[in-house]
Design a protein around this ligand. Structure first.
Ligand SMILES: [Zn+2]
Ligand SMILES: [Zn+2]
Length: 386
């Protein structure tokens, strides 16, 4: 049984790459320097092709097998977050207000490790596409890559992605067939009425009543709901109305909220019902609604999830129970709609700071098992499609 595909020296190089990426995070859609660093690194592995500028700043690195066969894609994310990191580590973010607080730096290092492996040992047949995808955090990147004509020739038969997961034991693998992450959409509601003197609010048109109804609706949701087809969650994220003055009844309001469900179809229904209700409660106010950060649900194909589970067993990895689908969204779901996919999770440690927390930093200890897992998943797919 192999538990390590790469040498200790190669893992050290990948760890240094992870630290370099960590210190220079870039926002969603602006990951040009990150993609450039990965491209320069993987060029040394002499891939068969590199395609740059995919869906914006995305990068695909291709390793061709000797004979025809399936296209197997592995995806990592390029983007950091608008979060100020709290860290004394030498590799802490050098970009003010930006941090790799979701571990995408670690995911990239692991995917680069698979590239190092493929540089030494091409796939038996078919080809492998390493996709370094832009703008995961806003939900825009996967769809932009899929819509890019340059991606047409890379369409995968299988696609895999891994996300690290604080709260699960370090290095434990969690994977299951079926729904893996929720569908979600952000809505911005702008109510436009007419301000009035506070002594005569009836002469204006205040959004207060419409908002009170909306708040009551959101507050009436149960605190816990079982994850299933009926799961519906509306989360209020931001609200502003009028101005902090005692003399004016407000004339406008802005509300940002997120809707979340288990399937794409349920999200469509929930969204239209929610907007319909907001419209019917607006009275004489103008209401404009805009959509943001739309994520498809991701769904794990039975065979694809099976390949990941068998890879974990072959490597003797411990497994973790992780309730799926998880509530957070992952834009990998856009690939689920087009091919057989599996999104799986590697524990980052039970007491590890949560994703998107200022204290979060990807655990370097996951780089070696992550590389081995990706390489073994590939071996499983290749063996099954021989
Ligand atoms: Zn994230
Ligand atoms: Zn993430």
């Amino acid at each position: 049984m192999r538990s390590q595909f790469l040498t200790d020296d190669q893992i050290s190089v990948l760890t240094r790459l992870r630290h370099a990426l960590h210190s220079a995070p870039e926002l969603s859609g602006e990951e040009r320097a990150t993609a450039g660093a990965i491209s320069a690194f993987l060029r040394l592995t002499e891939p068969d092709a590199i395609i740059e500028g995919l869906g914006g700043s995305g990068l695909a690195v291709i390793y061709q097998g000797r004979t025809p066969g399936p296209t197997v894609m592995f995806r990592a994310e390029l983007d950091g977050l608008p979060i100020t990191e709290r860290s004394n580590a030498a590799h802490r973010s050098k970009r003010h207000g930006l941090a790799h607080a979701c571990g995408h730096d670690g995911h990239m290092a692991i995917l680069a490790g698979l590239g190092v492996w493929l540089g030494q040992k091409r796939p038996a047949h078919g080809r492998v596409v390493l996709l370094f995808q832009p703008a995961e955090e806003t939900g825009a990147g996967a769809r932009a890559v899929l819509a890019d004509p340059k991606f047409a020739s890379l369409r995968p038969d299988w696609a895999f992605a891994m996300h690290n997961m604080p709260g699960l034991p370090l290095g434990a693998l969690a994977v299951a067939a079926g729904p893996a992450s929720c569908a979600s959409v952000g809505l911005h509601l702008r109510y436009q009425g007419r301000a009035a003197h506070a002594s005569m609010p009836e002469t204006g048109l205040s959004p207060a009543r419409a908002l009170a109804g909306l708040m009551a609706e959101i507050a009436s949701q149960p605190d816990s709901q079982p994850m299933g087809p009926e799961f519906r969650l509306a989360t209020l994220c931001h609200l502003s109305m009028g101005a902090p003055s005692f003399g004016i009844a407000p004339g406008h309001a802005d509300v940002s909220l997120t809707l979340r469900t288990v399937t794409d179809a349920a999200l469509d229904d929930f969204e239209s019902a929610f907007i319909e209700q907001a419209k019917s409660a607006r009275g004489a106010l103008d209401l404009t609604v805009s959509r943001h950060d739309h994520f498809n649900a991701s769904h794990n194909d039975k065979q694809a999830a099976g390949h990941v589970a068998r890879a974990g067993q072959t490597l003797g990895m411990k497994t973790a129970e992780f309730a799926l689908p998880m509530r957070p969204s992952e834009d990998f779901g856009a690939f689920s709609a087009t091919t057989r996919t599996a999104l799986f999770f590697l524990g980052a440690g039970e007491a590890h700071p949560a994703l998107h927390n200022p204290d979060y930093d990807f655990p370097d200890a996951l780089i070696s098992p992550g590389c081995a897992l990706f390489a073994e998943v590939l071996a499983q797919v290749m063996a099954a499609t021989r």
